[in-house]
Design a protein around this ligand. Structure first.
Ligand code: MTE
Length: 319
C-alpha cells in the first residue's frame, strides 16, 4: 500500500460534538429562529434530493423504535450529520454541498462471476424488488450511532436474480465516479472511487439491504441517493453510498478505508466492543441526540442473526 495514505482517515477530532450542534439547532427552533439553510430550502424549490421541510411525514413514525426499544433519530439528524467524503470531510457540510446532486438517470451494473449479468436502471430495482421498511441501528467506527428507518430490499434478492456461480466468494461494490458532482474525487489523496466488499454469505444474510429510501421517502443525496448498502452489524463505513457497480469475485476485494490505513480499518469491520480501534475504544458510543454514552453491543446488537457467519474465526485478527 502506498505510504501517502498512511496517516489520515476519520479523525475523532473531526467530529463536531453532535449534542452541541443539536442543542444549538433545538435552541434556534425553540426561539422561532429559522436557520439560513432552512430559509433557503423554504424559498427555493429543491433541485433534487432532500424533500423540503414539512414534506416528510415524520408523524407516521412517532413512537416507533428499534427492536431494542430505542427511538428513531429524527430526519433532521439523519440528513444533516453525514459521512460522505466525496463531498466533504465535514459532516455538517455534506447536506448543503450535495443539494444539487443528480441521482437520475442512474444504473447499477451487476457483473463478474454470475450467470445473469445485468445493468439495472434504478426504476427496475424499485419495481422489481418489493421495498420494505427496516429500522436499523447505524454505528459509525468513530463511535457515534443513530437509529434509522430505512426503506429498501434485501441484497440477497438481487444476488439470487443474477445467480452467482460456484466460484463467486465475495461481492465488491463501487460508488459513482464523477468529480463534477463529487468535488472531493478531485483529491488524489484518496483511492477513489469509494469501494467496499462483503463475503458472499454475509451479503446473502437477510439483514444486508440495498436502501433506496428513509422515513418513507427516496434517499436524499447526503445519505447515498439513489441506492446504498446498509449492513447494520458492521461499522458504518461498510455501508457504501451511491452504488453504480456490484461485482461478484473469487478473492477478497480491497476496500476504501483498508487501502488508506489497513492497520485501522479491516475488511470485516464487525461492530465489536472488545476490539478497540488503534486510536480509540469501541466499547461505548454516543447516540446522536443523547448526552450519556451507551454501551456498544457485539455485532451492533444483531448477534443472534449474524454470529453464525463468524463461528471459529478470531474476531480480533479479522477486525
Ligand atoms: N459511502 C461513500 N461512497 N462515501 C463515504 O464517505 N462514508 C461511510 C458510509 N458510506 C461513505 C460511504 C461512513 S464512514 C459512514 S459512518 C456511513 O456512510 C454514514 O452514513 P450516513 O451519512 O447516511 O449516516
Amino acid at each position: 500500500m502506498d505510504n501517502k495514505y498512511k496517516s489520515i482517515p476519520v479523525l475523532p477530532s473531526e467530529i463536531t460534538p453532535k449534542s452541541l450542534y443539536l442543542n444549538r439547532r433545538d435552541f434556534l427552533k425553540a426561539a422561532g429562529i429559522v436557520t439560513g439553510s432552512a430559509l433557503l430550502a423554504a424559498c427555493a424549490p429543491k433541485a433534487t434530493g432532500t424533500p423540503a421541510p414539512g414534506a416528510i411525514n415524520e408523524s407516521a413514525y412517532v413512537g416507533k423504535t428499534d427492536e431494542l426499544g430505542s427511538p428513531l433519530n429524527s430526519y433532521e439528524d439523519i440528513t444533516n450529520y453525514n459521512n460522505f467524503y466525496e463531498f466533504s470531510t465535514n459532516k455538517e457540510a455534506v447536506a448543503p454541498l450535495s443539494a444539487n446532486f443528480k441521482s437520475h438517470p442512474w444504473t447499477v451494473e451487476v457483473s463478474g462471476l454470475v450467470n445473469n449479468p445485468k445493468t439495472y436502471a434504478i426504476e427496475d430495482l424499485l419495481s422489481k424488488f418489493p421495498q420494505e421498511d427496516r429500522i436499523y441501528r447505524l454505528r459509525c467506527v468513530e463511535a457515534w450511532s443513530m437509529v434509522i428507518p430505512w426503506r429498501g430490499f434485501p441484497l440477497a434478492s438481487l444476488l439470487k436474480e443474477v445467480e452467482p456461480t460456484s466460484n463467486a466468494k465475495f461481492v465488491r461494490f463501487e460508488t459513482l465516479t464523477d468529480p463534477e458532482q463529487f468535488p472531493a474525487e478531485n483529491n488524489a489523496f484518496y483511492p477513489w472511487p469509494y469501494h467496499e466488499g462483503l463475503r458472499l454469505d454475509e451479503a446473502m444474510n437477510d439483514l444486508a439491504i440495498l436502501a433506496t429510501g428513509l422515513y418513507g421517502e427516496p434517499l436524499p443525496p447526503q445519505d447515498g441517493a439513489p441506492i446504498r448498502l446498509v449492513v447494520p452489524w458492521k461499522y458504518g463505513f461498510k455501508s457504501i453510498k451511491s452504488i453504480v457497480k456490484i461485482e461478484l469475485v473469487d478473492t477478497q476485494p480491497t476496500t476504501f478505508w483498508k487501502d488508506i490505513a489497513a492497520n485501522e480499518y479491516g475488511f470485516y469491520a464487525n461492530v465489536n466492543p472488545d476490539v478497540p480501534h488503534p486510536r480509540w475504544l469501541q466499547n461505548s458510543e454516543r447516540r446522536i441526540g443523547e448526552l450519556a454514552r451507551r454501551p456498544t453491543l457485539l455485532f451492533n446488537g444483531y448477534a443472534e442473526q449474524v454470529a453464525y457467519l463468524y463461528e471459529g474465526m478470531d474476531l480480533k485478527l479479522n477486525y
